[in-house]
Design a protein around this ligand. Structure first.
Ligand SMILES: NC(=O)C1=CN([C@@H]2O[C@H](COP(=O)(O)OP(=O)(O)OC[C@H]3O[C@@H](n4cnc5c(N)ncnc54)[C@H](O)[C@@H]3O)[C@@H](O)[C@H]2O)[C@@H](O)CC1
Ligand SMILES: Nc1ncnc2c1ncn2[C@@H]1O[C@H](COP(=O)(O)OP(=O)(O)O)[C@@H](O)[C@H]1O
Ligand SMILES: [K+]
Length: 521
């Protein structure tokens, strides 16, 4: 196994609340004292807080204390900060608590750490620590709890959440009643699923995993083989890139990608897909597009072979592909095919033929919308080669409306859709999710600079080029898809540092694709 490809470390696993509780229980059963673990975890959190807000800069810290062990962690942090010289003030909206939490509370009182009876008592603090609830939160926040969260969100005091912002569902990231909008969240031990659900991002702030030494064996024992979700880190993504080129090679050995895209109505998408493919380093790009786009494509992608296709003449004048030339359908000539960007729903005329291709196929945009109009399961399950779908949430809903009603969890949705269609699915978003062949990957970092027309077209071309270049003997389609998603996201981050979030149009994005490769060396 390529060492850089090792995802068998604590930082890569993503768990649910139920799994986290089971993992902790195994540790406690094996003899780790609960109180000792709480001290260890809270010591690490205290160090982080002191790095962020040294005593020379900040002195007044408010601590919100909940009834469970999240509150216990908060009390240990409060005590340590107090002993270091910070002015600490507690607020504890619920009087009852778990035994260990109560013990820490009693000790804090004995040290004369002040307690405010109302949330307003914390309004003069310079930092607030949110230790109301962690992964044990089961019910919606109401009454004093909801009022406290509302007040904190209203003030402009920085908030640090312990484990996750109180009020967020640990698995789906949904707001249960109301939720803390944190500036920092220190996720304890293992990443929780909520960190990879788009809806929770506005509440998380900057995130960091506090690794407190959970044994890998306990994680594996609880997750088994089937329930593993992993983050695709930059270093692991790099390990899935094509191997360094041999000195003696030629263009067709470096992958041949066929792009089937474009219409008179949507002419630009095919260019962006071609530029995404160019950025992947693929040896050869062929493009099948409506005939009236030919001269434009030659101008923008002089290296590509353009196969012009007869156009449809619908009443709307969309000028879609009416028919594919025979040359385009010599599927064995290609190492991968991308179909979709800008096709319009007239894709229905060619899609059934393309689905029969015995070549890895990436289906995007209007090709997905076209499949959604028929019976997606039947159309996709009949394919013999690798199939990758790259929907954004709107396209996903059109394809799998029932799944969207059945589950609020974006990760579960993607996994079920992949199983049902026997495809690899990339559900695009602020945090994209990939499921295929039993693997699930989440992408830990991206930028809203990518929320821009055409950036998905770039990704489709990049992914197609990557698949075309890979020998795929030991690399799954899901790993390669996640690699392309990391490459795309990191390129967005690099480009936005130069051009700002407003400056990363899809064309500009393509100009930075090779920078991510270079940035590793
Ligand atoms: N045992 C330890 O020392 C460790 C503790 N950790 C901390 O422990 C936390 C989990 O602790 P718990 O399992 O006690 O869970 P929480 O601290 O999240 O709170 C659960 C408690 O709150 C109550 N509750 C849930 N929803 C409520 C609502 N809406 N209104 C009022 N009460 C509500 C529950 O009945 C339960 O008593 C983690 O998030 C983390 O902060 C671990 O991360 C690390 C190890
Ligand atoms: N807020 C965001 N943060 C990070 N990435 C985003 C965000 N919004 C969109 N993206 C990314 O931008 C791309 C948009 O793709 P898509 O919706 O298909 O656009 P288009 O069809 O215009 O090309 C996806 O890769 C998605 O993950
Ligand atoms: K919390």
């Amino acid at each position: 196994m390529n060492e850089r490809r090792c995802t068998d470390t604590i930082e890569h696993f993503v768990v649910s609340a139920k799994q986290m509780a089971a993992i902790e229980q195994r540790m406690f059963k094996a003899g780790m004292p609960v109180a000792a673990l709480m001290e260890k975890v809270s010591g690490l959190i205290t160090e982080k807080i002191m790095e962020l807000y040294p005593l020379t800069v900040v002195s007044k810290i408010g601590v919100m204390v909940g009834p469970g062990h999240n509150g216990g962690d908060a009390l240990v942090v409060a005590r340590e900060l107090y002993l270091k010289g910070y002015e600490v003030k507690l607020y504890r909206p619920l009087v009852k608590g778990k035994e260990l939490t109560q013990a820490h509370y009693d000790y804090a009182i004995s040290l004369r750490i002040p307690v405010s009876q109302a949330i307003e008592g914390l309004s003069e603090c310079e930092v607030i620590i949110d230790g109301l609830f962690g992964f044990g939160m089961t019910r919606s926040l109401t009454g004093d709890l909801a009022a406290a969260v509302g007040a904190i969100n209203h003030w402009s005091i920085p908030v640090i959440s312990i484990d996750l912002p109180s009020g967020l569902d640990t698995d789906t990231g949904e707001v249960l009643g109301s939720a803390i909008e944190a500036d920092y969240t220190f996720c304890l031990g293992l990443w929780k699923r909520a960190f990879f659900q788009d809806r929770s991002l506005p509440y998380l702030g900057k995130v960091e995993l506090i690794n407190f030494g959970i044994p890998l064996a306990d994680v594996k024992a609880v997750l088994g083989e089937k329930e593993v979700i992993k983050t695709m880190s930059e270093s692991v993504a790099r390990s899935f890139l094509p191997l360094p080129r041999p000195l003696v090679t030629h263009k067709y050995k470096q992958g041949h990608l066929l792009i089937i895209a474009g219409s008179r109505q949507y002419a630009g998408g095919v260019i962006l897909t071609g530029l995404g493919a160019r950025g992947s380093g693929v040896g050869m790009v062929s493009i099948a597009a409506p005939t009236s786009l030919k001269s434009m494509l030659v101008t923008h992608l002089p290296e590509a072979i353009i196969m012009d296709c007869a156009e449809t003449e619908s009443v709307f004048g969309r000028g879609g592909i009416a028919e594919l030339p025979t040359k385009a359908m010599e599927w064995d000539n290609y190492d991968a095919i991308v179909i979709g960007p800008g096709l319009t729903l007239e894709a229905r005329l060619i899609l059934p033929l393309v689905l029969e291709a015995t070549t890895p196929l990436i289906i995007d945009a209007d090709a997905l919308n076209t499949i959604a109009q028929s019976d997606p399961m039947t159309a996709l399950k009949s394919r013999s080669e690798t199939t990758i779908l790259t929907p954004h949430p709107g396209e996903f809903k059109r394809l799998f409306p029932q799944l969207v009603t059945e589950t609020n969890d974006f990760i579960t949705r993607t996994q079920i859709a992949s199983e049902q269609t026997e495809t690899t699915i990339l559900l695009k978003g602020a945090r994209s999710i990939i499921a295929g062949e039993g693997e699930t990957w989440v992408i830990p970092e991206s930028t809203p600079a990518l929320a821009r027309g055409g950036s998905g077209d770039v990704l489709a071309g990049l992914l197609g080029g990557l698949i075309a270049q890979s020998d795929r003997e030991n690399i799954s389609a899901a790993s390669l898809t996640a690699t392309a998603a990391v490459w795309h996201a990191q390129t967005g981050i690099i480009a936005s540092k130069v051009h700002s979030d407003l400056g990363v149009d899809a064309f500009t994005l393509t100009q930075y694709l090779s920078r991510w490769i270079v940035s590793a060396s």
